[in-house]
Design a protein around this ligand. Structure first.
Ligand code: GLN
Length: 189
């Protein structure tokens, strides 16, 4: 099992640390060739407009689409979720359109630029409560039938999956609870 973490910008180091804690090997992805032999790819939080530019100039924009088409597992957190969404608002911008959700950038307003709270992760029967860190987070404003809701917070879907694509509007890599990373490893296996 080898998971790549897109390492162009953003909090990719925290994802590598989380996978390390659960004994999963990771590598940095900076160019299309780095996608060879990966079971899964994480697109981390950061600044989505910057990530788009860097992915385009490195050739990774189309290479990530090809990776998904080959059945590779993808996990986008925060800005990563924005890149994977079907539609992006506030303002509109291009996206990879790999999961049928529409998202609004910075959708929780200026008052909650950043928040630590608890949401519900029913996937985990023993302890459905999950700590969630939101940082200038995108909000999922509509969701297609083919998308499975995996976690909610204050009535919003905050973790969703469509086939080989997983997205979170929060940052599971910034807590010491590794259940979402473990879930992704099961997806990628
Ligand atoms: N607000 C950022 C964006 O729109 C995302 C923030 C994050 O990834 N923490 O790109």
């Amino acid at each position: 099992m080898l998971i790549g973490v897109l390492s162009l910008q953003g909090d990719y180091r925290a994802h590598r640390r989380s996978f390390g804690e659960i004994g999963v090997s990771t590598c940095e992805v900076k160019k299309p060739r780095d996608l060879d032999n990966l079971d899964g790819l994480v697109i981390p939080g950061g600044e989505s407009t910057t990530l788009i530019k860097l992915m385009e100039s490195s050739g990774l924009w189309s290479a990530v689409s090809d990776f998904a088409a080959r059945g590779g597992a993808l996990f986008g957190t925060c800005a990563g979720m924005i890149l994977l969404a079907d539609q992006v608002y506030n303002p509109p911008q291009r996206s990879l359109r790999l999961i049928n959700i529409a998202v609004e950038r910075n959708g929780y307003g200026r008052q909650i630029d950043s928040a630590e709270t608890y949401g519900s992760f029913p996937q985990s029967r023993d302890n459905p409560e999950l700590e969630m860190v939101f940082i200038r987070a995108p909000r999922i404003v509509s969701i297609g039938d083919e998308v499975e809701t995996l976690a909610t917070c204050n009535g919003d879907v905050v973790l969703g999956r469509q086939n080989n694509v997983l997205v979170a509007s929060f940052h599971p890599e910034l807590t010491s609870d590794y259940r979402v990373h473990s879930y992704f490893i099961e997806m990628a296996s």
